[in-house]
Every structure is written in C-alpha cells, then in structure tokens.
Design a protein around this ligand. Structure first.
Ligand code: UDX
Length: 438
C-alpha cells in the first residue's frame, strides 16, 4: 500500500520506518527541511534504539523517503497518518495548531478517496471536527477520518511499532476499517488484538491509558511517602502487590515520578477536556495525580538542601541523569532537570551527567563531560535518571573523588548496601525500614 506519514519527530519517524517494515511504500512529510534531509540520509534525529538501522534499510531499498512537499503525498497515498505534535497550551488544554495546519495544507490538495488516520493525541471530539473541515476543503473527494491512537513508548518505539500491545481503530466507515486492517495486516496476522470502535472511544482510549499509567505511578509514590513516614520499604511493597495479576508490577516504580513529552501533557489535556464536559470528578482525580507527581520532585530537592545543612548557596551538587527516563535523549518535562534547576535556583553549583541527553540549554546547570567529573568535589550526589550505567559504577572508586560521600537515590534503583559498604551515606526516600530483621 501507499502510506504517507505527516510529522516525523518522535512518533512519526518510528511510525514511517515501521510502515516500511510492514511492506508498504512510505513517504514521510515534515515542515523541517533539516529533519527531512537527515532522515533521507537514513539517519535518526533522536536517540532511539533500533530506529536508525530501520531507517537506513528502508531509505536504501527505496521503500521509504521524506519530503517537505505535501503535493507529493496528497493523491498518492491511500492512507495519510497524522503524527504531528499536540503540545500543552498555557491553559493546560492540547494545542492543536500543528494538526490544523496539516489539515489546511493537505485538504485542498485531495481529489480522490483517501483515509486520514489520526495518531496524534487529541481531546475527545476532535476527529469529527477534522472530518467536517476536510469535507469543506475537499468536497466530494471521499476523505474519511479515522482515529488510530499510538501507544509507543520512547526508548521502545521500534518494538512497540512493530509489535504493539493492541491496535485501535475508531471509524464509522466499513471501507475505511477494511483499509486500516490492510495497513496492519502483518501485526494482525501475528494475533495482535484489534479493537474497532467509534471515533470518541478511540480518542478516549489513548488518554485513558496514559491517565491510568500516571495514576499508578502517583499511587506508588503516595505509598512511598507512607513507607517513609511509617518506616517501610516501598520497593518490597510494590513487588508484593505486583504479584497480584490484577495489579501487576509494571509502572509501580516509586521515585521521582513521571515526566516526558506525553504523560504530563496528556493528563493535563484530559483534565481540561473533562472540565469542559462537566466531568469534574475526573479532573479532580487527575489533579491529585499531578500534585503527588510535583511533590516528588520538590521532596528530592528539599532532601538535598537539608543534607547541605539547609543552605545550598555555593555548594556543589552532582546529578546523575538528565533524560526524563533511561534509553532516550529526551529531556521534555524531565524530573531530573526540574530537581537540578530547583537546586541551581537555591544557589547550588549543579553539574549534570547524562550518557545521551544534553543540558546545554538549562539555565544555571552545567554539563559534566564525564561521570567522574560529575562526582569531583561534590557535597551531595543525586541519582535522578536510572541509566543502567549508573548501576554499574563502582562506589569505592568514587568515594575519594567527592567532598562528602552522600548519595540521594531518587529512583530507588542503586544497590544501597554496596554503596554503604564503600563508605557512602545513602538516602532512598520510601525505603525507610526501621525494624530490620533477618
Ligand atoms: C508514555 C506511554 O507509556 C506510552 O504508551 C504513550 O504512547 C506515550 O507516553 P513515554 O512518554 O515514552 O510513554 O514514557 P513511559 O515509559 O511511559 O514513562 C513515563 C514516565 O514515567 C518516565 O518519566 C518514567 O521515568 C516514569 N515512570 C515510569 C515512573 O516514575 N515509574 C514507573 O514505574 C514507570
């Protein structure tokens, strides 16, 4: 099939490469000529495991290419996937300007039947509005808008694209549904669950999934606060409740909470839309999830300031990690950088090391070129993004580099016994067992 992918950043690049891997002819369109040139050279513009080999393979085979010119895709593609960003606006609601710009550019160029498959995360009720606009811009062409939410995780984008947990298609048209089944023939043949539904349910499935994941994380972080207050170990607690299949162990890692380009903005947009529709009980629930998440960042920054005797002015803080999670170079809404910035604002001299993410544009925060440099002469070290590299460090090799061997493990992922044995004082909020017994 001939497939166009509009928007080739985090979501679109993986989706375009995945579509080519499914055997389709693919053209990706983006307004950014530099990104288009890089992708056409078979290179990725982001750090994402497995993406570059896939781009290389399919740009070389000729099955995949990228352009800035919508006229090349308009009547060529049988399906146009909309993968542009829907960032958070000042009100918390989703900013749909990129989606609308794509519709305004593509619409007038369409003269024959095609399916527009929305993948971007949008407020419920958006798809029928886009359908109405296409009907105005391309009357009689036979444009059918369907909703096909994307659930891929950064750092697993390729695997999630090739073998998703489920495929969701919202549509009112049997023909469009058949076209989408043909697009996804390969994963469907591998028994990936396929959910066909109406447009509103499809739009809501995406935000419900992200809201549930965020709620799980904030729940375990609230329990971490209980463990800290009462003397308990939130990691053991998560393991134990996670054995219950109805609960599951995933997304029960307590620590700094969630960040990134999706969870925080998607739940803010869901909350804004819930308020518009009068479903205040949902926005209240999301409000509590957001409050707990913000608390976690503040708490870690406060712990560091307390460890520095209540005054961070001029003190040296080393931060391990800048990306919002390991496996990516993405720092959008990164908990690690929020904490680093809070400490810089409190007057500390903050150095951050991350194996992939850049911190050059973070005011008051300096990038350490090596992990060793990050430790050198620090008064306190913070572990804020759980890259495997940090678990492999030899604590004994670093104890002499620092001014004070004090480590705050904000992700609860380091082997505290190992670090303590090497002479470190280790703080893991939420792991506060007072009554140690064999
Ligand atoms: C998320 C959804 O998982 C994905 O399905 C959707 O398509 C996009 O949003 P992503 O933003 O890539 O994906 O990150 P995710 O792996 O979900 O992690 C989000 C944040 O939660 C990270 O900051 C991570 O560190 C944090 N997290 C995750 C926890 O704090 N604890 C956990 O147990 C899991």
């Amino acid at each position: 099939m001939r497939v166009a992918v509009i928007g080739t950043n985090y979501l679109g690049a993986a989706h375009a490469a995945g579509m080519a891997e499914f055997g389709h002819e693919v053209i990706g369109v983006d307004v950014d000529p530099t990104r288009v040139a890089t992708l056409n050279a078979g290179r990725s513009t982001i750090f994402e495991e497995g993406l570059e080999p896939l781009l290389e393979r399919h740009t070389s085979s000729g099955r995949l290419r990228f352009t800035t010119d919508y006229t090349e895709i308009a009547d060529w593609a049988e399906v146009h996937f909309v993968c542009v960003g829907t960032p958070q606006s000042d009100t918390g609601a989703a900013d749909l300007s990129q989606v609308r710009a794509a519709v305004e550019t593509l619409g007038p160029l369409l003269t024959r039947p095609t399916v527009i498959a929305g993948k971007s995360t949008v407020p419920v009720g958006t798809a029928p509005q886009l359908q109405a606009r296409f009907d105005e811009l391309a009357p009689g062409a036979g444009v059918e808008v369907v909703w096909n939410p994307e659930f891929l995780r950064e750092s697993h984008a390729v695997a999630d694209t090739l073998r998703p947990d489920r495929i969701v298609i919202g549509t009112r048209s049997p023909d469009a549904l058949a076209t989408m089944r043909a697009v996804y023939a390969m994963p469907i043949s591998e028994n990936v669950p396929f959910v066909a539904c109406d447009l509103a349910t499809a739009e809501l499935i995406k935000v419900a999934a992200n809201a549930f994941l965020a709620t799980k994380i904030s729940f375990i972080n609230a329990m971490a606060q209980m463990c800290q207050a009462a003397g308990g170990d939130v990691t053991l607690l998560a393991d134990a409740i996670g054995y219950d299949k109805r609960i599951g162990r995933e997304f029960l890692n307590a620590g700094l909470g969630f960040g990134g380009g999706c969870l925080p903005k998607d739940i803010a947009a869901l909350s804004a839309r819930a308020n518009e529709l009068g479903v205040t009980v949902l926005s209240e629930l999301i409000g509590a999830v957001q409050d707990i998440n913000a608390d976690q960042r503040r708490e870690i920054a406060d712990l560091a300031i307390e460890a520095l005797g209540g005054d961070a002015t001029g003190r040296r803080v080393g931060v391990l990690g800048a990306a919002f999670k390991p496996g990516t170079d993405d720092t959008r809404n990164s908990p690690a950088l929020t904490v680093a910035t809070m400490l810089a604002d409190a007057g500390a001299s903050v150095r951050v090391f991350d194996p992939q993410a850049s911190v050059v544009e973070v005011p008051g925060v300096e990038a350490a070129a090596t992990v060793e440099e990050c430790f050198d002469n620090s008064d306190v070290m913070l572990h804020l993004t759980e890259w495997p590299l940090f678990r492999q460090l030899d604590p004994a090799a670093f104890v002499t580099r620092v001014a004070n061997p004090l480590l705050i493990d904000g992700r609860l992922k380091l082997d505290a016994d190992l670090w303590r044995a090497a002479g470190w004082t280790v703080v893991q909020p939420g792991r506060a067992v007072r009554d140690e017994r064999p």
